[in-house]
Design a protein around this ligand. Sequence first.
Ligand code: ATP
Ligand code: MG
Length: 424
Amino acid sequence: MAKTIQSIRGMHDILPEQSAAWQYLESTVRQLLARYSYREIRTPIVEVTELFKRAVGEVTDIVEKEMYTFEDRNGESLSLRPEGTASCVRAGIEHGLFYNQQQRIWYTGPMFRHERPQKGRYRQFHQVGVEAFGIASPDIDAELIAISARLWQELGLKNVRLELNSLGTPASRAVYREKLIEYFSAHLDALDEEAKQRLHSNPLRILDTKHPATRLIADAAPSLHDYLDPESKQHFEQLCNMLEAMGIPYRINPRLVRGLDYYSRTVFEWITEELGSQGTICAGGRYDGLVSQMGGQETPACGFAMGMERLLELMQTQEQTLNAVAPDLYLVLAGEHASATGIVLAEKLRTELPKLKLQVNAGGGSIKTQMKRADKSGARYALILGEQELAAGTIGFKPMQDAAIEQVSLKLTELSHYLASKFN
Ligand code: ATP
Ligand code: MG
């Protein structure tokens, strides 16, 4: 027999049993973003490599070691996108979207990074990204954070905390950068190899090291906050005030620096302790310099991206997916007569109750078999129609998730009225 072919390591199929949860998450996000008046942009999955080198930065993990880069048949270097902001900026400049106007946009889709696969870290993964262009004031930083906070609430997610920092302007950061190089140079012997390599290329990244010895040194490093320029300080204070006014708790983390070079001022992450070491479900911030760096006119910008696999993982851990995707009702049909009647009854219910999620038993089976299928479907209730019920003009209604509650008998003529009060 021929050897079977498998998917690429770190790249996964989303199977039928998982896709309902994905669709639920995607549609919740979609509806929420529409309520905030953000519009979707769809860009190609492949771009010229130069785009990511320039937008993400040559000395970042992504560009240094994580990109899927190849030559196409014309010899041009192309890359699978590792993130979405670069493409948004490229498209915005190319189509004049930033020209004296504000843009609130979002995107979703697969991203590709050649990392070591582990829980919450894959080589193909999915992000939803939200970006606002042309707005320099902290009200838009606050709006973006409010969107993410509301999303967790709508998904029923608990125990996620917001960490916040300001990186200042590139000019104030340059001063800090020198201080940092000076400081780390004085502790050179205690630094790990990676940190030594980063010392001159990207010393701020050493601040979020996971290496224990370097961690100790980094914890005692000078704080970026002491080097913030006055405008950045004010921007940050205003943002904090708005978050407080909206009742969104946050924690200032002066060590939060983010991996990408293009950030300025606000940076934030949403973190959970419930996913092990891959606990960041959403990350973002302000990147005022990027559009002009990419050849567009000076355009302030702010945005975030969330990792869909990590979000789904957290939803599963907190049991927030099952109810969201399971049918409300499973219709059990015992006997030939009931089967024929049941399919008509189901269509009638679907017409009368457009929001009802109803799964009808198909392919026969004993009541026991059908109840097992009902259980597996995750339905909250079973409707049971047998010969006896048909003769009496009734139907059984049984809660599936609480064995203590008895089955009740409902009149068929009153069924949709009863269900409407429960499900619509
Ligand atoms: P990390 O520090 O975990 O590597 P990052 O800083 O590289 O994250 P970003 O580029 O900011 O991540 O991407 C935004 C979000 O996308 C992350 O917070 C995370 O939820 C998700 N994400 C990033 N890389 C992966 C991956 N390889 N697999 C799954 N999700 C990912
Ligand atoms: Mg990474």
